[in-house]
Design a protein around this ligand. Structure first.
Ligand SMILES: [Zn+2]
Length: 89
């Protein structure tokens, strides 16, 4: 039996990998603003004949009945009330 072989190459395992890995998980959620704020009095709005409220054409309340499309300037002339949801002004 020749077990005199000394394993001297027992290197200390260097754990010097202290790299601070800053993981920036930025939630890049691009919120697409559908409401393009067009500062234009000739913007087409949808006015409710009963409530006199006028909405942007993209407003969900614009799809209700008793509405008609007019321009924003017309809606103001007719004492229309700007919708607080879509804010057509
Ligand atoms: Zn509205």
């Amino acid at each position: 039996m020749f077990n005199n072989i000394k394993f001297l190459d027992s290197k200390p395992i260097e754990t010097t990998t202290e790299e601070i890995t800053e993981i920036n998980t930025e939630m890049v959620t691009e919120v697409q603003t559908e409401s393009s704020n067009i500062e234009n009095n000739d913007m087409i709005v949808v006015i409710n004949n009963l409530t006199k409220k006028y909405h942007k054409t993209t407003c969900r309340y614009a799809k209700s009945q008793n509405t008609r499309k007019i321009t924003l300037s017309e809606a103001k002339e007719q004492d229309g009330i700007a919708c607080l949801v879509c804010k057509p002004e």
